[in-house]
Design a protein around this ligand. Structure first.
Ligand code: H2U
Ligand code: ZN
Length: 339
């Protein structure tokens, strides 16, 4: 009989994402196709303090508020929040033109006062301070809001407006679509198997090894079986954890180590500050039971060099996501970039 792993390294197939309930088309035979399209601009080195940066200490933001002379992590209310504590009152369940109110709060987190620092270059102690800030925000906002989305857009390729190391937190009184799907999927897996989908998945990936990028005693970083972005990764706790605020001190320290290692691999891969969108999914406020497991998603757009990115267009907009490079090969390439 053919070895299915060998076949999936050379022939088209689809893989299922049980967390997101969707399929991805994998076309490994197409990995070497030529590229003559758009190239991404290279990012230029910047100084540790930039007078015109609205996130640097002591500078005035666009709305007129001045940042304090902060020395560590600094978090503030977004001056241009996508969500307000106020929403519409004319809710409608019209089957065609449905609308619903939404209330929330948006925050901005500066990881460091140094404009040109990246998380990969921060010390593990400095990264723990960022994790502590995320955890504190998840805890306070999670007492009021259904879902707290911690995320970061890094690099111009991901539409990030500013190189200063920072992320965002949007808290809202409902589960956004991606989170709702993950709630449903994790709950139905729990009902069927009496176990956590992502704890089972973490065990499976650790046993198989081939999609593993980094691991320590608490965390795994894998290119998931169902990855859609070329070098997408999933950060998985190897223990049961509902959300960031539930992590103990040693788990935060080992997470800082995992994040630093991953981000170094990313930056080394194409010898460029790797752009990405990343974010944490944890248990929403109203979810009960043990099905929900904390995890981090990294979605980087680069495909084959610092200047060539993947575009999710054509068949991907009209059919489903598609990739050429297999997750196994992507993981092997990231592993080779470890320092
Ligand atoms: P991104 O670079 O990830 O888009 O984040 C920048 C955020 O900072 C963005 O949400 C906010 C923007 O609304 N911002 C302020 O809150 N104050 C400012 O003075 C400028 C930008
Ligand atoms: Zn700055």
């Amino acid at each position: 009989m053919n070895d299915p792993k060998k076949e999936s390294d050379a022939r088209p197939h689809r893989r299922y994402n049980p967390l997101g309930d969707r399929w991805v088309l994998v076309s490994p035979h197409r990995d070497q196709r030529p590229w003559q399209g758009q190239v991404e601009p290279l990012e230029e080195a910047e100084p540790a303090y930039l007078p015109e940066c609205y996130l640097c200490p002591g500078n005035e933001r666009v709305g007129g508020i001045r940042n304090p002379d902060y020395r560590g992590v600094y978090v503030f209310d977004n001056d241009f929040p996508a969500l307000l504590t106020d929403s519409i009152t004319d809710e409608s369940d019209d089957p065609l033109l449905q609308q619903a109110p939404v209330r929330g709060r948006c925050r901005v987190v500066c990881y460091s006062p140094k404009h040109n620092l990246t998380m990969a270059a921060m010390t593990e102690t400095e990264i723990v301070a960022v994790v502590d800030c995320w955890a504190a925000e998840v805890q306070t906002l999670g007492e009021v809001y259904e879902h707290v989305q911690v995320f970061e857009n890094r690099g111009a390729a991901m539409g990030c407006s500013n190189a200063h190391p920072h992320g965002q937190i949007w808290a809202l009184d409902t589960q956004p679509s991606e989170v709702k799907t993950e709630s449903i999927q994790q709950h139905s897996y729990w009902k069927k198997h009496g176990r956590s989908l992502l704890l089972d998945y973490a065990e499976r990936e650790f046993a198989e090894q081939e999609r593993l990028v980094f691991h320590n005693k608490d965390w795994l970083v894998v290119v998931p079986w169902w990855a859609t972005w070329p070098f997408e990764t999933l950060v998985l706790p190897r223990f049961s954890a509902a959300h960031l605020d539930k992590l103990g001190d040693t788990q935060r320290a080992s997470l800082a180590q995992a994040l630093k290692q991953l981000l170094q691999c990313y930056d080394n891969l194409f010898s460029t500050p790797f752009p990405y969108s990343m974010g944490w999914h944890g248990q929403p406020r109203s979810e009960r039971g043990e099905h929900w497991q904390l995890h981090g998603h990294f979605y980087p757009p680069l495909l084959r060099s610092a200047s060539v990115r993947k575009h999710m267009v054509g068949f991907e907009m009209l059919g489903e996501s598609q990739r050429d490079l297999t997750p196994e090969r992507a993981a092997a390439r990231l592993r080779q970039c470890r320092t």
